[in-house]
Ligand binder design. Sequence first.
Ligand SMILES: Cc1ncc(COP(=O)(O)O)c(C=O)c1O
Length: 351
Amino acid sequence: MSKFWSPFVKNLVPYVPGEQPKLSRLVKLNTNENPYGPSPRAIAAMQAELNDSLRLYPDPNGERLKQAIADYYGVQSGQVFVGNGSDEVLAHIFHGLFQHGRPLLFPDVTYSFYPVYCGLYGIPFETVVLDEQFRIRVEDYARPNGGIIFPNPNAPTGCLLSLEAIERLLEANPDSVVVVDEAYVDFGGETAIALVDRHANLLVTQTLSKSRSLAGLRVGLAVGHPELIEALERIKNSFNSYPLDRMAIVGAAAAFEDRAYFEQTCRQVIASREQLVGELQRLGFEVLPSAANFVFARHPGRDAEGLAAGLREQGVIVRHFKQERIRQFLRITIGAPEQNQALIDALAGLC
Ligand SMILES: Cc1ncc(COP(=O)(O)O)c(C=O)c1O
């Protein structure tokens, strides 16, 4: 605390990202990165962009990327917003669409950045308890609110909500913006982007950090009604004209255009997930049904924090959360087959 701080800074509770260790030999299964590299076409596009043109500012609107996303999803580019990672897109959503005085609703177990943005922008919120199986029950959101947000599949549980349930939620809340955070949707879910033309209150966010293996590039997006997108553009243009650099615009566009590589790597991650689930179950773990590139698992006879520490000693890092309801769970990112095997070998010695 310094006398130079604006007073509200004292009360901020920042988000704590998963560890990015300096040691390279670790089996890193803690931040849901993709074990496979980005599309070779994305890398080639970025390499081609590394030239004299870097002296010029990038396109402030990232039109090349918006068009690639619009083509991919069969929407208009005016329905697409792009930003520096979906975290930035989410921040603009909280800032521009959730400040109505009424509480924002999100699940009690969910992405822990949501309450952080509420703190940053002074948004009141209420958490809605997931059911016994850690699933979202849309009926529980039938209460006065200034917006609704949840990941689908949810994080860190991996549990998926059907589009039919999302549509019921949208119809029950016509006066609220409903944001579906699809950071992990490509690993087993169905995108709600198909619903944006029917529901002006729906905004879908996605990231290139997971299924397109570009966490290091920082690109995220939102798709929705042009009036919702316009609010985000106003915030963005009042904050940073150029959130995406030249590399990010061309690399992300090429990643969307390389459908074959994307589909193949997603299939590999899904196949590894199913195999890992079987092996964890053989070790006695209960594993929640996952539609993501991670699993959420607990062992009835072993303390999760102790397991995480024991894994770490063997060079394997996974994510453990201290929140009461989930403190006996480990969130384990799906790695390459040899990483998953290293995890299972290490766990076998601990269980
Ligand atoms: C549910 C969810 N949403 C959004 C993000 C942010 O992704 P990024 O800022 O890398 O696009 C994450 C990252 O882990 C996430 O888990």
